[in-house]
Write a protein that binds this ligand. Structure first.
Ligand SMILES: Nc1nc2c(c(=O)[nH]1)N[C@H]1C(S)=C(S)[C@@H](COP(=O)(O)O)O[C@H]1N2
Ligand SMILES: [Mo]
Length: 506
């Protein structure tokens, strides 16, 4: 029996099927072992390896959908490689198997570089991918068939492929369920009852101008911006959580969730801001956080002389470094937070425990899924510092116009402008607006809540028909005006006046 080359479409499908089986099996093993699936491990490694300018570009292009974009890109690359593997093996099984094997080993290497593990799951993927490819190749390969046998061979191929697709999907789905059901949902429910009820500072009426177009003063958890390097949200149960506070301290602390909650718990409104927020950008939100003052824990452990930063590490290996002089200020209000807007932290926002520090950008202070805190010197570089961002990053005084939206058309005459201003831990003293480079006019400020939160503003300008550009600028309570100098986000936050262009009709 002489062998014919496998028809191209069928060869491509064999590559895709073997790859699907590999990913499904990897996902199943990952679910059983409660580690990230190979796909997520590769994505995580890519995120960490991506050069800074490319990451910037991705955030600029896709915003908070950057993870979805990366995953789609990865899926396309994997599919393309699978097709190539299939096409290389129209005569012999091994060239395609080698491609799949090599690519799989890259996945194993990625998993080895991840703090959450997942090596066994990706090895499973490699074995299933290569063996599956070899098997599919043998089963579906046509011989020198008589015309009557061609139909039978096609039928056999269809049945085999459907079975593989079903099996791979089932494995993937079961793996996904196992991973989600790792008990975090019930752990969060139980945590709700364990978090002490403490009085929340009231939000006075008139703290926002929602009717004029500002966001609500408190951001609902589902709308709170989310920025992190985690492709799959880390799943950590409160029952399994431990925090080690160690390094340059007199007595090391090791705390369970209940140990933490036995300390003094307080509630504070804090506006979090991302250093990657461009002028006018959306990466800012406010919540009521409930947690234990970081200062209390530092005093309990006893910071030794010469220490400079608290170096915090998340369960997925992310790190941040926060200056100790800030954390030890008596009225800074930094928290190890467990609650957010009346519920336990959502998993996306760091359940069971994260840090929040009023006045500092998130990347140097707001470690989510926090598991380790080391008192140390500035010699140790944190995640983003190693990638070219500033070691220290106080939030810059800024303001944003939320209404009118850019490019809109509104009737000429009195036009309502509304927006937000922020200068966390200093507070906002004044906001001014102007149209078309004219005189600055004072805006009306919403009720003051605290110096750690944003301040809403609104103003009415009388505008004739035509195109207009409006700008806003804030002044903080130390009397420092927001700088007009236009700077982008790297290395320590964007500056400049937000300008919005729109049209008035007669
Ligand atoms: N574990 C972990 N924590 C993290 C990050 C991260 O990538 N991983 N990103 C930080 C950054 S850059 C910001 S701006 C805030 C965002 O917090 P949020 O997603 O709850 O808004 O989390 C910080 N904490
Ligand atoms: Mo950030």
């Amino acid at each position: 029996m002489t062998s014919l080359p496998i028809p191209r479409p069928r060869a491509a499908v064999i590559g895709l099927l073997a790859t699907a089986a590999a990913l499904g099996a990897g996902h199943l093993v990952a679910g059983l072992a409660a580690v990230p699936s190979p796909f997520v491990a590769v994505g995580g490694a890519l995120v960490d390896l991506t050069p800074e300018p490319v990451k910037e570009l991705a955030i600029a292009l896709f915003g908070t959908a950057d993870k979805l974009a990366l995953q789609t890109g990865m899926a396309l690359v994997i599919a393309a490689l699978a097709v190539v593997a299939g096409l290389l093996s129209r005569l012999r099984w091994w060239p395609g198997a080698v491609v799949i094997g090599l690519f799989g080993m890259a996945g194993v290497a990625a998993a080895m570089s991840r703090p959450e593990g997942g090596v066994l799951a990706s090895l499973t993927s490699v074995v299933v991918g290569v063996a599956g490819f070899w098997w599919l190749h043998g089963v579906t390969r046509p011989g020198a068939e008589a015309p009557a046998e061609v139909d039978a061979s096609r039928r056999k191929f269809l049945i085999t492929s459907s079975l593989v697709v079903l099996g791979a999907s089932a494995a993937g789905i079961v793996g996904g369920i196992l991973q989600r059901g790792a008990g975090v949902v019930s752990s969060r429910l139980a945590a709700a009852a364990r978090i002490p009820k403490v009085p929340e500072p009231p939000v006075p009426p008139g703290a926002d101008f929602v009717a004029s177009g500002t966001p609500a003063f408190l951001t609902p958890n589902r709308d709170f911006y989310r920025i992190d390097t985690a492709l799959a949200v880390p799943q950590l149960r409160a029952e399994d959580w431990r925090l080690r506070l160690h390094g340059m301290v007199r007595s090391e602390l090791e705390l369970t969730y209940d140990d933490l909650l036995q300390r003094r718990v307080e509630a504070r409104q804090i506006t979090l801001t991302c250093v990657s927020n461009e002028v006018g950008g959306p990466l800012i939100s406010t919540a009521t956080f409930v947690g234990v003052p970081v200062r209390d824990l530092l005093l309990e452990a006893g910071v030794r002389p010469g220490a400079q930063q608290l170096f915090t590490t998340s369960v997925d290996g992310y790190t941040a470094g926060t200056p100790l002089d800030v954390l030890l200020e008596p009225d800074r209000g930094a928290l190890l937070a467990v609650g957010m807007n009346g519920e336990p932290l959502p998993t996306e926002h760091g359940f069971p425990v994260r840090m929040v520090v009023p006045g500092l950008y998130g990347y140097v202070s707001a470690t989510k899924w926090l598991v380790d805190a080391e008192v140390t010197t500035f010699d140790r570089q944190h995640y983003w510092e190693r990638r070219g961002w500033a070691r220290q990053a106080p939030i810059k005084t800024e303001s944003r116009i939320d209404r009118p939206r850019p490019g809109r058309t509104v009737p000429a005459g009195p036009v309502v402008l509304a927006g937000i201003a922020w200068a966390q831990h200093t507070g906002i003293d004044r906001v001014e607006v102007r149209a078309d480079g004219g005189e600055w006019q004072p805006a009306e400020l919403a009720a003051d809540v605290s110096r750690d939160t944003w301040r809403m503003w609104r103003a009415t300008l009388d505008l004739p028909p035509g195109d207009h550009v409006v700008e806003c600028r804030a002044t903080d309570r130390s009397g420092k005006p927001q700088t007009p100098e236009r700077r982008s986000v790297i290395p320590d936050g964007a500056t400049g006046w937000h300008a919005v262009r729109f049209t008035c009709t007669a």
